[in-house]
Design a protein around this ligand. Structure first.
Ligand SMILES: Cc1cc2nc3c(=O)[nH]c(=O)nc-3n(C[C@H](O)[C@H](O)[C@H](O)COP(=O)(O)OP(=O)(O)OC[C@H]3O[C@@H](n4cnc5c(N)ncnc54)[C@H](O)[C@@H]3O)c2cc1C
Length: 415
């Protein structure tokens, strides 16, 4: 193995984008994944590219709303009650972050990541041989209740101040643009710089291009642990033998804390399960991607497919399927849109979003283990932020000036 080899743990959007940009800088790269490329959350997500999502998950009011939903078996948000010290400490940190001050501090960080990633998406969409049904039509956030719409306009005001491009529209203006929207929808916000795509086509396509640039992809290869010397990883132990890379990138999504445990590093990421339902594109198909505010359902037209995504369940590493919540996603779409009955289901899927307690991803070098870079915890926006994360990882490894300031993303902020 060459001295400048980088081993990436995880073949999701973060791992594959990191490999692509590192290979572009001439590094020897190996990706190992316990499953295959796109085996985790990057496969069946809603494919929204959302520079508009500059308000973190940890925002004022989220916990109160979440607690109100706890006893509802069909609610879009759920915390599985359990005695788990990591979860308790995560919830404490989350409640601290979900205040006006920390939220205002996170907005410019997420905005800068969003703007930078959108530029990279446009660049990647022009890459020869990479097709992923990328469309740049913006994204609509819809409201069925007057109160929801009023709160949405308040958020729109904060986002506009932060420089996010948006238009507030009434119900008729929305229906004029998107005739599948029901008359009950009272208004919405059109985020003009958002985009959408098919996530699995993107990640697999980019992995293929990265292989062409010399990246080695080892599937079915689970990382079991590490050996360290002088504060550096000397050996990565896997189910398919040992590796001795110069640098290691931890991009294992919701599994990152489990992998990091052997290094005695605290990576405060909780898994938040979500589901998606993918249908054959119906004749009457929405043309815009949409987020349905009150039911928290995302609707994405994806080339020959139509996808509904939703639910956020803090239930640990648990991939079981709760049919009541799946049913609620389908009904939740029907409350806003015509044409959601009789759809031909192609796939029901679930994935684990990797969530940090402050709603800001972790991208940076570990202080304790010098040749370890942690990249993860992007929660609901990991697909969107995959390209800028990969770019930043390559800049950290190569010692280049970062495209976005790294201080607020540091893994050390939790220590
Ligand atoms: C229903 C749903 C809808 C979503 N919609 C959107 C959206 O519209 N836009 C958006 O931006 N984001 C969305 N997300 C979030 C997004 O999917 C995630 O943030 C993103 O995919 C995380 O990427 P990742 O590369 O960090 O992790 P993953 O894609 O989960 O990849 C981690 C990889 O690590 C591997 N791994 C784990 N442990 C080991 C080990 N020990 N050894 C080797 N390999 C290991 C896994 O097999 C996996 O392939 C959605 C998520 C869900 C669930």
């Amino acid at each position: 193995m060459k001295q400048d080899t980088v081993l990436i743990i995880g073949g999701g959007v973060v791992g594959v984008c990191s490999a692509y940009f590192l290979a572009g800088r001439g590094r020897q790269v190996i990706i190992v994944d316990q499953g295959g490329i796109c085996a985790g959350s990057s496969y069946g997500n809603s494919g929204l590219v959302v520079p508009s999502h500059a308000i973190p998950l940890a925002a004022p009011g989220v916990l109160t709303k979440g607690l109100g939903w706890l006893l509802d078996a069909e609610s879009p948000f759920y915390i599985k009650p359990r005695l788990d010290l990591d979860l308790l400490s995560w919830l404490l940190r989350f409640s601290f972050a979900a205040r006006e001050g920390p939220m205002r501090k996170a907005i410019p960080v997420l905005r800068d990541l969003g703007i930078a990633t959108r530029a990279l998406w446009d660049e990647l969409a022009r890459t020869d041989g990479l097709q992923f049904d990328y469309q740049q039509k913006g994204m609509m956030l819809l409201f069925r209740t007057r109160q929801g719409f009023a709160e949405g306009r308040e958020e729109a005001h904060i986002l506009r101040e932060a420089g996010i491009n948006l238009e507030v529209l009434d119900g008729d203006q929305i229906r004029h643009m998107e005739p599948t929207v029901r008359p009950e929808v009272v208004g919405g916000i059109h985020f003009l710089d958002d985009a959408h795509h098919n996530p699995a086509s993107f990640v697999r396509g980019l992995a293929h291009i990265a292989e062409g640039l010399g990246v080695h992809i080892k599937t079915g290869t689970e990382v079991l642990g590490f050996e360290t010397s002088d504060g550096r990883i000397s050996t990565v132990r896997t189910t398919r033998g040992d590796f001795h890379p110069n640098e290691v990138v931890l991009a294992a999504g919701a599994w990152s804390p489990v992998v990091a445990r052997d290094l005695r590093i605290n990576v405060p990421i909780q898994a938040a399960k979500g589901y998606s339902l993918t249908f054959k594109r119906p004749e009457m198909c929405p043309t815009y991607p949409m987020l349905l505010s009150e039911t928290r359902v995302a609707v994405t037209p994806m080339g020959p497919l139509l996808r509904f995504g939703g639910t956020l369940e803090l239930a640990g590493i648990d991939l079981s399927i709760n049919q009541r919540r799946v049913g609620a996603i389908r009904r939740g779409a029907g409350e806003y849109l015509f044409g959601t009955e009789g759809l031909e289901l192609i796939e029901l899927w679930r994935g684990l979003r990797p969530c940090t307690p402050d709603g800001v991803p972790i991208i940076g070098r570990s202080a304790r283990v010098k040749n370890l870079i942690i990249a993860g915890g992007h929660a609901t926006t990991g697909q969107s932020l995959g390209p800028i994360t990969g770019k930043l990882v390559s800049q950290i490894v190569c010692g280049d000036a970062p495209a976005v300031a790294l201080a607020a993303l540091s893994p050390e902020r939790f220590n």
